[in-house]
Design a protein around this ligand. Structure first.
Ligand code: SF4
Length: 266
């Protein structure tokens, strides 16, 4: 059993419970697979929209072209090794058009006070884990301060405009802890997911917003339920033996470094 604090990146928190064996291979054993084109496109959309919202949060006049240029550049030169599987040209088109749509139609609906707030290390000494990561946005609304997370994908926004929020509470709860530690602001407003639907045809791209109230409760638990932070600590320190989840959407040779030798995948 590990006795040193274990670092958990906020963005990886959900994947720890999706397949603990895969999470351990990547995050504790340092085994990697190239990121896929979908993840690289997501990073590009984060990059472009952050340029625009960063200027807004600083009180500057934001530039749509600077935002789209940054998104396109992120597709052309991703910082991590990427397996595009022939999709890089399309990803560039989507990054440009969807970033522009976000800047023109969505950004102004939010009053952002901080963009890409980062915490180097949030030590949870009683659990012997350290949270680290970046919250996409902190916004202010009638309920107070809250986090906004930008998520992209083909299915993230339905044709009726509804954003798929199910399964994201734990990760957004971690972002709330990160944002509070980084900004000193009290996070009270429901967490929001700003969904960017990545259709290749710009006219069919959809942007929507979904809310999660009480995101932190699943992390902290209550009188009847053990919070996921406690379970996460037990997993990463070996108090609970890890298991594999062959039903995971990430159980694929392109996404999991364990795939060829995995005990759990029969
Ligand atoms: S191969 Fe599948 S079950 Fe095994 S660690 Fe990877 S994702 Fe989990």
């Amino acid at each position: 059993m590990s006795t040193s604090p274990v670092i958990i990146r906020a963005s990886s928190f959900g994947s720890l419970f999706d397949c603990p064996a895969r999470w351990i291979a990547i995050n504790l054993e340092g085994r990697q697979v190239p990121q896929n084109g979908k993840a690289a496109l997501g990073t590009a959309l984060h990059t472009g929209t952050a340029v625009f919202d960063g200027e807004r949060a600083k009180g500057q006049v934001p530039s749509v072209s600077a935002a789209t240029d940054a998104a396109v550049e992120a597709v052309r030169r991703p910082s991590d090794e990427t397996d595009w599987d022939g999709e890089q040209v399309n990803a560039e088109k989507i990054a440009a058009s969807l970033t522009e749509k976000y800047c023109r139609e969505e950004s102004d609906n939010h009053f952002f006070v901080a963009v890409e707030v980062n915490v180097e290390a949030l030590h949870l000494t009683d659990l012997n884990i350290t949270l680290t990561g970046t919250a996409d946005r902190v916004a202010f609304d009638e309920m107070g301060y809250g986090v906004c997370d930008i998520k992209s994908g083909k299915q993230i926004v339905g044709t009726d405009g509804t954003v798929r929020t199910a399964g994201h509470a734990a990760q957004l709860g971690v972002y709330e802890l990160v944002a509070e530690a980084a900004t000193g602001l009290e996070i009270r407003s429901p967490a929001k997911i700003i969904g960017l639907q990545t259709n290749l045809t710009p006219e069919k791209q959809r942007i929507g917003v979904g809310e999660i109230t009480g995101a932190r409760e699943v992390l902290l638990g209550d009188a009847d339920n053990t919070g996921l932070l406690t379970t996460a600590a037990s997993l990463v320190h070996g108090a609970i033996p890890p298991w594999g989840n062959p039903k995971s959407m990430m159980c694929h040779v392109r996404y999991c470094p364990n795939f060829q030798t995995c005990f759990w995948r029969k």
